[in-house]
Design a protein around this ligand. Structure first.
Ligand code: GLN
Length: 464
């Protein structure tokens, strides 16, 4: 406990009243962050906070960390990859720009899987973050450092994160914190180092539903720098406390999401659904038949896009450079061989293969058709229901030595619960079933229905 151990709400109140001495606060925050980082390896870069205090209202200097793949002007961005060594963005991502305008303290860049390629943050070119709930276990991925820092830091803090196929929900669940992955397009991707453009979303991880709703309100909405961005400005955190129960809320529980689960996860998530029922919600079991194709379709689409995105890291433009030797292909191969991890190479090969002439129809186009079916299936569910409920992850955080034993396919399979909503571009919220418990209740809603998720999530937080 320090004098700055307080919630985001308390911090906003205190700083608004002028009760925070920011130089003292920044020094204490820096010291605490460095201490935690030694223990858990959550951040790749820690900023000199005193140079990164933006004290304007309404956030009045609230500490924010930024996932390494989101650009902050003047701060080295690796996106978890050695190949970006030396890349210092000359501009801010739109979400960072909006947060600065609204007054935040930028703490640093959090550790992640290389370019987001992973479920456990173990596929990184650098340090692997350790779970503050148990350092022998994974934080989840790919936004592992972000979720870990939220869990570890007792100071008011919210983390900017990113998901392509589950990278916000998985680490939020494993670290016992809250994560919102918004509708595709709701947050501008300008300044995000891309993994797979048709799937990437920037979202938020925090200690409570209120905290993530507050930050989403600031970073969301149309941005002329990203043509895929959508949505109006909305204050998602405003009416949260006025929703007292779940009367009238209809929950769909897909039977395919309750297969191959660790026993404890299944039990706890059913308890959570029953708790929502005793608070006025009703639930019905449904079927999402295409769930079984989700993982295969996702890994074809995501790697097809990633393999083209990564072509720009050729040792000539961004980041790492090598000794200029041989012809272009030889030079390109030398830089990429030393700059990328094994998992990135696997994905480049897989993604290049599935969109090659001759294989395109059999793999890539088929995967795109599955994606359309998954979207339609979800749209149908939301004609009748408000949300889909499931676990966020099929297991509790595994130990690092257990992760080492997984084959790539076994590893990919761990994402079967988060992939459908990500393929469908639908917003989803992971809330711990109990405070600081590494099991997440996963709630998915229709496009642009984030407010529904926050209302249901915040009632659940009170009654769990
Ligand atoms: N685990 C998934 C993958 O490796 C999702 C990662 C993400 O959302 N960035 O692709």
């Amino acid at each position: 406990m320090t004098k700055y151990t307080m919630s985001v709400k308390e911090f906003l109140e205190e700083s608004r009243k002028g009760n925070i001495n920011f130089l003292d606060f920044a020094a204490a925050l820096l010291e605490e962050t460095q201490k935690l980082n030694k223990k858990f390896q959550l951040l790749r870069e820690i900023c000199d906070i005193r140079d990164r205090l933006y004290l304007n209202p309404p956030l009045n200097g609230l500490p924010i960390s930024v996932k390494d793949c989101i650009c902050v002007k003047g701060v080295q961005s690796y996106a978890g990859s050695k190949i970006l060594e030396g890349y210092i963005p000359t501009f801010d991502a739109t979400c960072v720009d909006r947060l600065k305008d609204n007054g935040v303290t930028i703490l640093g860049k959090t550790n992640q899987d290389e370019f987001g390629f992973g479920t456990f943050s173990t596929n990184s070119g650098f340090e692997v973050p350790k779970n503050p709930l148990d350092p022998l276990r994974s934080c989840g991925g790919s936004s592992g450092g972000a979720a870990g820092l939220v869990a570890a830091l007792d100071y008011p803090h919210v983390a900017l994160a990113q998901s392509t196929g589950g990278s916000i929900s998985a680490p939020a669940a494993f670290c016992g914190v809250v994560g919102i992955t918004p509708t595709y397009g709701l947050v501008s991707r300008y300044g995000l180092i891309d993994y797979a453009n048709s799937l990437d979303k920037i979202g938020v991880i925090g200690k409570s539903v209120h905290d993530v709703a507050l930050i989403l309100s600031i970073i969301s909405g149309k941005d002329e720098k990203d043509q895929t961005s959508i949505g109006e400005k909305k204050d998602y955190s405003k009416d949260l406390s006025s929703t007292k129960d779940l009367k009238g809320v209809k929950i769909a529980v897909p039977k395919e999401y309750f297969q191959n689960l660790e026993e404890e996860v299944e039990k706890e998530v059913w308890n959570a659904i029953k708790k929502m029922e005793s608070n006025g919600a009703t639930y019905e079991k449904v079927s999402l038949k295409n769930t079984k194709y989700g993982v295969a379709a996702y890994y074809i689409i995501a790697t097809a896009e990633a393999s083209t995105n990564l072509a720009k890291y050729c040792g000539m433009r961004y980041g790492m450079h090598g000794k200029l030797e041989g012809n272009f292909n030889e030079y390109f191969s030398t830089v990429r061989t030393s700059g990328l991890t094994e998992e990135a190479k696997r994905r480049i090969i897989l993604g290049t293969f599935t969109r090659m002439a001759g294989y395109r129809d059999a793999y890539y186009l088929k995967a795109m058709k599955i994606r359309t079916l998954i979207i339609e299936e979800h749209k149908n569910i939301f004609k009748k229901f408000d949300v889909i409920a499931s676990p966020s992850m099929p297991i509790q955080p595994p130990k690092f030595k257990e992760i080492k034993k997984l084959t790539p396919v076994e590893n990919y399979q761990m994402d079967f619960l988060t992939i459908p909503a990500n393929l469908a571009g639908m917003p989803h919220l992971s809330v711990p079933v109990a405070k600081k418990t590494p099991i997440g209740l996963h709630l998915t809603a229709d496009h642009l229905s984030e407010d529904k998720l926050f209302k249901i999530g915040s009632v659940f937080e009170k009654v769990r």
